[in-house]
Design a binder for this molecule. Sequence first.
Ligand code: ZN
Length: 223
Amino acid sequence: MAVLRVRHCGALVYCRRAPPRCPACGGDLRRAGLTAAPVRLHCPFRHGHSQPRAFLIRPSRGTFLHDYDGHSDLHVGITNSKGVVYHYDQEGVHRAASGWEQSISIPLVQPDMWELLQHWDNLLEEFSLEEAWLPQRYEEQQHNCFTFALALVNRVRCGRGRQPLSKAEFTERFLLPHTTAAARYLRLHRHLAHSDVLIVPLQEQEQQEQQQDCEPAKHSLLE
Ligand SMILES: [Zn+2]
């Protein structure tokens, strides 16, 4: 289901199908020009298995669209070049070819990182065989899926001469912006599942955006 946004008369109108008249003021939208043209919102979810060499996030249970409430537990993993997801839990490291069809995806390896592109699959495979990721080492709070994924990211960062990211930095810079944007999209999506439009005064929307500061970081996790 697409979510469209129309800007008119100091309001943002969210809808699934662009209405002929503005639901806020009743004005004719077809004559309102380009500024009132409907814009399709970017869906924050990707088919994880078609995202090579990426950091993936999904809810621990269920899917974003059906089950995520903005606070539910999240699970993370890292894909190899073929979209197989390496993720760690109480059973050890899994190599999953399904189950990540609706994920937030953060690309890790940029096209100009030649060496990493070539060695990524071996690196991931060898890393996942290390003792730290045996099932008995798993601990729900301190040694979990995030520990695994962040340790791999930091291993690569250090190999490239970068400082490792702390868990807090990682969460603040890379995780929260994405989950906040996803939660906002989901609120719109759910609202529009049972009503035709949502009208948000522009001022209110801008204030929200400033408070949440929620544009996902554009730079790579490995830079
Ligand atoms: Zn209007």
